[in-house]
Design a protein around this ligand. Structure first.
Ligand SMILES: [Zn+2]
Length: 353
């Protein structure tokens, strides 16, 4: 009989609040992550400059490292630069790219990583995965979950609203991803981790059903927490299954077939999720997705992000190849191009009605 419950890799502190960044030094000292304040802080060359000017006076013992891009080379360079300099932790202060680079570099030198997100565009801010560009396109690397997660709502509001909207698309796509997981359980016998599914689904539902918008603190708090919980759900399941299904395969297909033309990840997975719900015959759910995406100013069809219907059909057809071994509604239905075209025509009718 098991007597021990399982332990979940998770941050020791999650702070989502207005002005959270101003007290970064105090928070790291209180939590015994860094008593001396000796930190390696990774920032971008762009928006990072202003953040550095703001934070430098309260973090006098920190060293600042400008990260030029989200490549594995940049992550390895950061690791080499900080190695052997006796830091307490690596802080990734920025958007997704900076956080992913910092996560990887911290893992490489064996230091804890503190994520300070300056936008909410996707659920990678607190996940055990670092997504980096490499010679073959883009790779996902397993890394430890951040030891602390800080989201300053005042800073989030300064980012372009498009980045908040994208996070909404990524959060609500969890619901479609869980439907794929449950379908796979039924058809292929793949085990579903009930706790990971509960966390990811609740995160998605809380954003889907929240009446607020991108400008209000209550909504931004719920969205931030949903993205954090999605990351922890991935730590629990050990892969991206709770947050990534057909919705993400379709988005990856856009990225691979049309490099350089992609919209934001969250914009693409939002469309993918609404279309996947439609394919499942979940008309009410698909309609609700479309309604919520529209209410927040997100696209609901490929043309709104600069892709033709033909390109969409080709992306959906190619999608299963982006994630071999993952069973979703796309693998289950195994639609031909003509059938995808018909299904899309149907989807368009429902979103216009
Ligand atoms: Zn995602």
């Amino acid at each position: 009989m098991p007597v021990l419950t399982r332990l979940i890799p998770s941050p020791v502190v999650v702070d989502v609040s207005r002005g959270a960044m101003d007290d970064l030094a105090g928070l790291l000292a209180d939590q015994r992550i860094s008593a001396s304040g000796k930190l390696a802080i990774a920032i971008s060359g762009g928006s990072g400059v202003a953040l550095r000017a703001k934070l430098e006076p309260v973090l006098p013992h920190a060293d600042w490292y400008a990260v030029v891009d989200g490549t594995i080379d940049s992550a390895v360079k950061l690791a080499d630069d900080i190695k052997g300099r006796r830091y307490d932790a690596v802080v990734g202060l920025g958007g997704g790219k900076i956080i992913d680079v910092a996560k990887y570099a911290a893992a490489r030198v064996g230091l804890p990583m503190v994520a300070v997100a300056t936008n909410l565009s996707h659920d990678g801010i607190c996940s055990p995965v670092s997504i980096l560009d490499n010679d073959n396109g883009r790779g996902s690397y397993g890394v430890p979950t951040p030891i602390a997660m800080v989201i300053d709502l005042d800073v989030i509001k300064e980012a372009p609203v498009r980045f908040i909207r994208a996070g909404i698309g990524d959060a609500i796509s969890n619901i479609s991803a869980i439907a794929d997981w449950e379908l796979s359980h039924k058809i292929t016998g793949e085990p579903v981790d009930g706790l990971a599914a509960a966390m990811a689904r609740t995160a998605g539902e809380s954003v889907l059903r929240h009446p607020g918008g991108c400008g209000d603190d209550e909504f931004l708090t719920v969205l931030s927490e949903a993205l954090v919980l999605s990351g922890i759900a991935m730590s629990i399941s050990g892969d991206s299954r709770p947050s990534s299904g057909a919705c993400h395969e379709i988005s990856h297909a856009f990225d691979l077939l049309h490099p350089g033309r992609s919209a934001l990840h969250g914009e693409q997975v939002g469309i993918g999720a609404a279309f996947a719900m439609h394919l499942r015959g979940a008309a009410e759910q698909s309609g609700l997705f479309v309604e919520v995406l529209r209410r927040h100013g997100l696209p609901v069809g490929p043309e709104e992000i600069g892709f033709s219907v033909d390109e969409f059909v080709a992306a959906v057809e190619y999608a299963p190849q982006t994630r071999p071994g993952r069973f979703t509604i796309l693998e289950h239905l195994n639609l031909s191009a003509a059938e995808i075209r018909d299904a899309y025509a149907d989807y368009v009718k429902t979103i216009r009605s």
